[in-house]
Design a binder for this molecule. Sequence first.
Ligand code: 13P
Length: 249
Amino acid sequence: MARRKIVAGNWKMNMTPSQAVALCAELKDLVKSDDVDVVYCVPAIDIIPVVEAVKGTNVAVGAEDMSFEEKGAFTGEISADMLLDAGVKYVIIGHSERREYHKEDDASLNKKVLKAIEKGLTPILCCGETLEQREMGITLDWIRTQIKSDLKDVTAAQVAELVIAYEPIWAIGTGKTATTAQAEEVCKAIRECIAEVYGTDTAEKVRIQYGGSVNAGNAAELFAQPNIDGGLVGGASLKADFGKIVCYK
Ligand code: 13P
């Protein structure tokens, strides 16, 4: 069975609540699709108005991060239960900006993945190499290590349901997209790594996105690759172009 494509916007730290509602209205008709899952991953403060704004549409809402703790004295954090109660379905875990600026490591990201799954949220687990790592020729080893550590103790059935996003750090927000061949090579290696650890059935089911300067011009070619099941889109998810990325065919 063919995997269903999934295109998610990662709004990052953009859009006030009123701007968020306006963007949802602008995109509403442009992102209609019968064969692509569409997700807006939005800043925490935008979640409630965006859930309201996309009601009755094909758009699901995601968070950009969450705590691995259940509840309690963790100032500034947001729990899985809070996200669920607000109507969130997906959560980005381990974005390279969280890894870099907030020093999130694989051990804590693994706890986040496990907590999200326990609660019924779908993780969009990010991985990716720096330019330095790519130039050293250790990209695939690095990605395999990230995936294996971040998915420790996750069962095959759970892995089959999650989304993995391959985002080369050097291609994020730089306008420098990985070539289609580079993106496909790593997404394929991720699938092979999943096959090795969890079996081929699981590997065939897990959805793997590419992220890093995806735009209306390159989405069709990227998403046509056998191991690329959609995209995690930053800058271009904040404008009408996002509709063209969703409707890439
Ligand atoms: P850009 O699409 O702006 O390069 O961002 C990619 C990204 O980080 C999505 O999570």
